[in-house]
Design a protein around this ligand. Structure first.
Ligand SMILES: *[C@@H]1O[C@H](CO)[C@@H](O)[C@H](O)[C@H]1NC(C)=O
Ligand SMILES: *[C@@H]1O[C@H](CO)[C@@H](O)[C@H](O)[C@H]1NC(C)=O
Length: 226
């Protein structure tokens, strides 16, 4: 009885370890649609301008360059995000299992824990300031407009944004694993289930868009090659 339980536990642990290993292998070897540099280069063209109008231009820019991978304007929505003690707002342009591109910022001074993710995240600042205090360091660094802040997988830091800081963010890794942190404050603290619904809805729409685009690509491949 006890022996059987232990055997099952060991089996489950081995299966989980294998799964994590396979995902990590896949993440390191798959090809990606976006890159840190490509996203930062687009954002850099719009640094310092009024985010209200510039975000529309940036999303059109992405739509031109990555058509089939950017949500239509109708599906883009600013959604409050509470996580790690801070409060911000996100607007998702692209999301898949392994990548996302979004606008992020806040209208108030806010700070908290960045979260530790299974994803590399880079933020290119358009306006405002971003203070990052890395684990193990005794002082923090402030980044301003035009600078890109990197947050590598497995890292945690303290983050602080001044009111009206806005940026373009790119994430690459196992994106479903970031949802736990992204949604924990919403579920256990703010209990804002409308926001929870919005986040899950837009993520589902983005995944469906990717699936549709992949299907179109497969069809085109067969049409050209058969
Ligand atoms: C937000 O932070 C900035 C910079 O630290 C400070 O000057 C400003 O007074 C703060 N605003 C509020 C409303 O606390
Ligand atoms: C994340 O960043 C690290 C450090 O630069 C790199 O070794 C790793 O390949 C990156 N992961 C992905 C999925 O790009």
């Amino acid at each position: 009885m006890v022996l059987g339980l232990i055997r099952n536990l060991i089996k489950t642990a081995m299966l989980v370890a294998l799964l994590l290993f396979l995902i990590q292998y896949w993440l390191r070897n798959k090809s990606y649609i976006f890159s840190d540099k490509a996203v930062a280069n687009i954002a850099m063209e719009y640094v310092g301008r009024n985010p209200q109008s510039v975000y529309q231009e940036i999303s059109k820019h992405f739509l031109r360059q990555y058509s089939g991978h950017i949500l239509p304007a109708d599906d883009m929505q600013w959604i409050f995000m509470n996580a790690g003690g801070w409060m911000g707002s996100i607007c998702i342009l692209h999301a898949s299992i392994t990548e996302y591109v979004l606008f992020f910022g806040t209208g108030v001074n806010t700070s908290g824990n960045s979260g530790r993710y299974w994803a590399n995240i880079s933020d290119t600042i358009l306006t405002g300031s971003f203070r990052q205090w890395k684990e193990g360091e005794l002082k923090s660094t402030v980044f301003g407009p035009g600078e890109t802040v990197y947050h590598y997988w497995g890292e945690a830091s303290a983050v602080e944004w001044t009111a009206e800081t806005w940026m373009v963010e790119y994430g690459r890794g196992f994106i479903p694993s970031t949802l736990g942190f992204a949604l924990a404050d919403t579920i256990f603290s703010t209990q804002d289930f409308v926001t929870l619904f919005y986040i899950l809805r837009v993520y589902s729409k983005a995944l469906l868009l990717e699936a549709g685009t992949a299907l179109t690509d497969v069809k085109a491949f067969f049409r050209e090659n058969l």
